[in-house]
Design a binder for this molecule. Structure first.
Ligand code: NAD
Length: 496
């Protein structure tokens, strides 16, 4: 007799401090990318559900805005401790729904927590400035005030960290926030919102609406949403930025990437190999800061090619919850087919497949979406693939005769998220930092991910907007400046 599997958990939305089952007609399976198993059902919520979350946020705003900053950060201190206490549990959820290894999931959560810690400094960071006697007896002050209801829309690749580039800063500044996580990884925020519930945050200060494009469009069009923070692929970032702008909203939209590393012959080749291997293949290449093109200069070509191929071939690929696994699967079967077909495109465009991760079979994970580390050698610098975001474990090698030529490859890159240089030369490093058109620069660093107290910069097609996520930029983004000029009569007992 076969026993029917229990029905999958249907994920609720969190609106006005209550978990509410969505009335969506369409539900998607959330699937473990390592095993192919469905683990939950996520609703594609509609505009009415978004409207009710926005109304709850708008209703909570006046009281939250009047709450002193010192009191607004108390729930964040509690949240930090709750996240620390549950880091293994949240880490396992991230691995189950996203596929990255447990160690990578926990590293992601460290940056998540760091963003909470930085936002706890709001009573200092939100301060304005003032000057007495701008004219005789007249003083001028600048104060920052929150915007009101704000929204964040986030991608699949960092289910814990990316929502936290926004949430802690938005609410610490006195805003109320509606979050729409990626429909492919909704379980992490489900759990984190359960922790948020335990912090004593008033109802409506944070809400969670699951779904896809319809939820995004409803947030973009709702007149009470003042600002949109978005992270995802470039075409969607461009669309969100344009529609938010057309509706008069403030927007910060982070897009896709194609990140280059230049390896000079004077680099410490052993260190460069280890770090670049981690950058290209860590998180199965699904990091917006993953290095995906290595440009070797002069005699670095042969040494680096041999050492990176050796390092990549030794990486242990499998289920991220298994001991010793160093690289997990890509997110969906569609993503696996896309990555594999782009490897074929690279071949057609003139590259040699030095290490081929296509058609990989992982014991006990036959239904998983695995592509093993792949290296495309001698990819022509002007090929279309050299400018295409693959978002999988594929590193292309391009050769340049000198640093001038290498820099021209970086300049023509349509994206500007990250660029790295491996060298022992200070002057080469300074030139690189000075000239390269990208927002996050690594010198002997593979993943130049800014700490939470620096902005997560991004240039060109990797970012649409002015103010970035994290750090001081986040405070600027989530507040409006007000300037007050005051004159008071010296003796006001008689004249007024
Ligand atoms: P995605 O663009 O498919 O989805 C991002 C969000 O937008 C999701 O919440 C999704 O539901 C929503 N969305 C998708 N299509 C939409 C549409 N047509 N209209 C409105 N909303 C839509 O991105 P993804 O696949 O989840 O994430 C991977 C991408 O994110 C990569 O391109 C990666 O480089 C990028 N990313 C960038 C950064 C950065 O800091 N620049 C950080 C992380 C990820």
């Amino acid at each position: 007799m076969t026993v029917a599997a229990p029905p999958l958990t249907k994920l609720p939305n969190y609106i006005h401090g209550r978990w509410i089952e969505s009335n969506a007609t369409d539900w998607l399976d959330v699937t473990n990318p390592a095993t192919g198993e469905p683990i939950a059902k996520v609703p594609l919520s509609d505009a009415a559900e978004v409207a009710s979350a926005v109304e709850a946020a708008a209703a909570a705003y006046p009281e939250w805005r009047h709450t002193p900053p010192e009191d607004r950060i108390q729930p964040l201190f509690k949240l930090k401790q709750l996240l620390e206490d549950h880091i293994d549990e949240v880490g396992r959820i991230i691995t189950q729904e996203n596929g990255k290894t447990f160690a990578e999931a926990k590293a992601e959560l460290r940056r998540t927590i760091e963003n909470v810690e930085v936002a706890c400094g709001i009573p200092m960071m939100m301060q304005g400035y003032n000057l007495e006697d701008v004219a005789r007896g007249i003083d001028e002050i600048m104060i920052r005030q929150p915007l009101g209801v704000v929204a964040a829309i986030t991608p699949f690749n960092f289910p814990g960290m990316v929502p936290f580039w926004f949430l802690p800063y938005a609410i610490a500044c006195g805003n109320t926030l509606v979050l729409k996580p990626s429909e492919r990884v909704p379980l992490t925020m489900r759990f984190v919102f359960e922790l948020l519930e335990q912090t004593g945050l008033p109802k409506g200060v944070v809400s969670l609406v699951n779904g896809g494009k319809a939820v995004v469009d409803a947030l973009l069009d709702h007149p009470k949403v003042r600002a949109i923070s978005f992270v995802g692929s470039t075409p969607v970032a461009r669309y969100v930025y344009a529609r938010a702008g057309a509706n008069g909203k403030r927007a910060q939209c982070q897009g896709g990437a194609k990140n280059h590393v230049i390896v000079l012959p004077d680099a410490d080749m052993q260190m460069a190999t280890q770090i670049i291997s981690d950058s290209a293949f860590g998180c199965a290449g699904q990091r917006c800061l993953a290095v995906s093109v290595a440009v070797t200069v002069g005699e670095a070509q042969k040494t680096f090619r041999d050492s990176i191929a050796d390092a990549a071939s030794k990486l242990r690929v499998g289920n991220g919850l298994d001991e010793g696994v160093q690289m997990g699967p890509v997110i969906t079967p569609q993503s696996k087919s896309r990555v594999e077909s782009l490897i074929g495109v690279g071949e057609k465009q003139g590259a040699k497949v030095l290490l081929d991760g296509r058609n990989s079979r992982i014991p006990k994970c036959e239904a998983g979406n695995f592509v093993k580390p792949t290296i495309l050698d001698d990819l022509p610098a002007t090929s279309e693939l050299a400018d295409t975001e693959i978002f999988g474990p594929v590193l292309s090698l391009i050769h340049a005769s000198d640093m001038d030529e290498a820099l021209t490859f970086l300049e023509r890159n349509p994206y500007g998220n990250q660029a790295s240089l491996f060298t022992s030369s200070g002057s080469a490093a300074r030139r690189f930092r000075y000239e390269v058109p990208a927002g996050n620069i690594g010198i002997n660093i593979g993943v130049a991910a800014p700490m939470a107290y620096f902005p997560f910069s991004g240039w060109k097609d990797s970012f649409f907007g002015v103010l970035h996520g994290q750090g001081r930029d986040a405070i600027e983004f989530y507040t409006e400046k007000k300037v007050v000029i005051e004159r008071w009569a010296r003796d006001h007992s008689r004249k007024f």
